[in-house]
Ligand binder design. Structure first.
Ligand SMILES: NC(=O)c1ccc[n+]([C@@H]2O[C@H](COP(=O)([O-])OP(=O)(O)OC[C@H]3O[C@@H](n4cnc5c(N)ncnc54)[C@H](OP(=O)(O)O)[C@@H]3O)[C@@H](O)[C@H]2O)c1
Length: 318
């Protein structure tokens, strides 16, 4: 009897972890760098949030493969600076810049992006722009919460729908990527919808669903869960201790761009780096998700960021 129960648990554990680890090893070590221009017979790519961090690394990687790139990002100093740099770095490639705000609830940016791309075929779409707002959902202004949601989710849906249809209309091969996050694996108090957790969880499930829908169309879908990456993401996030710790062990943005080039069309979900892999195994496979949420609820009163937020809230409500 004991031996049977032991054997059932052994096999459940084995099936939950071993195929996953095999897939991770294949993605990380079994896939060689691919020439995406050749693979998709493409000339143009579009990267959102391409002016800094992971987006800028994606632009550089694609340009190094002789692809021309459209960069859609906020109209700010970062974009101006990046414009000068990238044109100098890759003088033989063509770049188009679309200054736009992807947090618009009415998706105004789509018109500018359509105009800038009407004469070219975008066959590689990197849905990358995103940010985190830290704090408790109810304490953050509704406008800010929704801007975060629209940037992280709505813009990805709007652009994917538009460019997928353009590829399908012309029967073109292509690649659509989503920069998701391991934050989406678990509940993230102090960064729930307003931050990263649920928006990235949405992206992952959405990407995995459409990956299956387009598998026969020659359009690959890849969703990436980066381990901590050194970028402006952290400086824009506010001083939460969990984020400051993550930043200390961060890798350069180029590792994500390399993952995209190796994993495109090979796997659907790329868990990049050891932190993401350990988080997935430890917090979603070994520890049950429902149990984890209960532990989080019990533990949060001892969290320094949470305590500081409570003080701020009391001062505000007094
Ligand atoms: N860094 C990490 O550890 C990490 C881990 C997991 C997932 N991610 C995800 O990776 C993606 C890229 O982030 P990153 O780390 O490279 O951070 P980043 O350096 O701050 O880059 C974010 C990019 O998105 C752009 N952006 C933000 N809000 C926008 C808006 N409303 N409209 C248009 N563009 C907007 C930014 O423009 P500005 O620079 O002008 O603000 C920037 O180009 C994000 O989706 C993030 O959630 C990051």
């Amino acid at each position: 009897m004991f031996a049977t129960i032991y054997s059932i648990f052994f096999w459940i554990g084995f099936l939950a972890v071993v195929p996953y680890v095999a897939l991770v090893i294949y993605g990380a070590y079994g896939c060689q760098e691919q020439d995406l221009k050749k693979k998709y017979n493409a000339q143009w790519a579009l990267v959102t949030g391409g002016s800094s961090g992971i987006g800028a690394a994606l632009v550089r990687k694609l340009a190094s493969q002789k692809l021309n790139v459209v960069i859609a990002a906020l109209d700010d100093a970062l974009l101006k600076e990046f414009k000068t740099k990238i044109v100098e770095e890759y003088p033989n490639q063509e770049f188009r810049f679309v200054p736009c705000d992807l947090s618009s609830p009415t998706a105004d940016y789509l018109e500018s992006i359509k105009k800038s791309t009407e004469d070219i075929d975008i066959q590689i779409l990197c849905n990358n722009a995103g940010f985190i707002t830290t704090g408790c959902f109810a304490d953050i202004a509704e406008k800010r919460n929704m801007a975060n949601y629209h940037t992280n989710v709505t813009a990805c849906l709007t652009l994917s729908h538009y460019f997928l249809n353009r590829m399908l209309d012309k029967g073109l091969k292509g690649l659509v990527t989503y920069t998701s996050s391991s934050a989406g694996f678990i509940p993230n108090p102090m960064g729930a919808l307003n931050g990263l957790a649920s928006t990235k969880d949405f992206l992952t499930t959405f990407a995995a669903s459409i990956a299956a829908e387009h598998a026969e169309d020659g359009i690959d879908v890849l969703v990436i869960h980066p381990s901590p990456i050194d970028s402006n993401f952290y400086s824009n996030a506010g001083k939460m201790s969990a984020l400051l710790s993550a930043q200390k062990i961060s890798s350069p943005p180029s590792v994500v761009a390399d993952t995209v080039c190796r994993n495109a069309g090979k796997v659907i979900v790329a868990d990049q780096g050891i932190i993401t892999v350990l988080m997935k195994i430890g917090l979603t496979k070994v520890l049950d998700w429902n149990v984890f949420t209960e532990i989080m609820k019990l533990a949060i009163p001892f969290n320094g960021d949470y305590k500081a937020m409570k003080v701020r809230r009391e001062v505000k409500r007094d």
